[in-house]
Design a protein around this ligand. Structure first.
Ligand SMILES: C[S@@+](CC[C@H](N)C(=O)[O-])C[C@H]1O[C@@H](n2cnc3c(N)ncnc32)[C@H](O)[C@@H]1O
Length: 249
């Protein structure tokens, strides 16, 4: 039976992944597919550098979604220092969802608004440049490690498009997808369109900042619902929510 299960899985994946799957016949963690060396291996935690400031990432809506869906795989697109990731992962842990994984997709290079104002401490300032290159990824790792959530949270340092393509090519599907990356209309619309395709049939796609400060977010969600890209599931405390549209060919 195990051999047959492996054969079924193996058909979906490139040859290089076969050995990994043979070790994990039931459910493969995304982390093992992404990395040859665990990102937290030999990580040096620094208590002084814990900084979980963010924007509305501790919302009860995120906790309720975990309770409702009891997801195996959650993808967050836009993690920054990890405030929302910590909220989601803490709830996965609180619900005893052993083996569930939260994959955090981010370039850790900032959205356009981070680059607009150089005197903005929580935007540009928090990029934390080293020789001109942002280092906020290490703040994220430090925060996750400090919360002892490193078994649950897997970083995927890539653009939204690259990560989406990777998930698509592997046929991986998520129960819950949280979109909080770019807040520009074109990019939010693309994120909704692309990432909703990798939702499980009964999964939910959710996004942050449905409010007047972010007209691009409102427009992208409304147009995506009107065009039947996703099925409208409502807006709760500035989080827009959608369901996958099942297309019959
Ligand atoms: C608003 S912050 C995320 C906040 C986070 N969810 C929290 O609770 O604190 C947006 C993040 O999206 C990332 N981002 C923006 N555009 C992206 C893209 N196209 N691909 C990957 N990450 C992106 C930025 O680097 C930034 O870290």
């Amino acid at each position: 039976m195990g051999v047959w299960l492996n054969r079924l899985w193996l058909g979906w994946l490139p040859a290089t992944d076969h050995n990994i799957l043979l070790r994990y016949p039931v459910r493969q963690r995304v982390r093992d597919l992404l990395f040859l060396v665990d990102p937290y291996k030999d990580f040096r935690f620094c208590g002084d550098k814990v900084d979980l400031r963010g924007w509305n990432g501790d919302s009860p809506v995120l906790r309720n979604l975990i309770r409702k869906l009891r997801p195996e795989l959650v993808v967050e697109v836009g993690s920054w220092k990890g405030q929302s990731a910590v909220t989601l992962a803490r709830e996965l842990s609180a619900q005893n969802l052993v083996g569930s994984e939260l994959v955090c997709v981010d370039t850790w290079l900032g959205s356009v608004e981070f680059w607009r104002e150089r005197d903005h401490e929580d935007g540009y300032g928090s990029l934390n440049f080293i020789h001109g290159y942002p280092s906020v990824y290490y703040t994220f790792l430090n925060n996750i490690f400090g919360e002892s959530l490193h078994q649950i949270v897997t970083p995927f340092p890539a653009t939204s498009w690259v990560a989406w393509k990777w998930f698509t090519e592997r046929g991986l599907q998520a129960d819950l997808i949280y979109i909080d990356a770019s807040h520009e209309y074109e990019e939010v619309f693309s994120d909704i369109k692309r990432w909703s395709k990798i939702l499980k049939p009964d999964g939910l796609i959710v996004g942050d900042d449905y409010n007047l400060s972010w007209p691009g977010v409102i427009r992208a969600y409304e147009e995506a619902c009107d065009a039947n890209v996703i099925a409208r599931a409502g807006v709760v405390e500035e989080k827009w929510i959608g369901r996958k549209v099942i297309r019959r060919s």
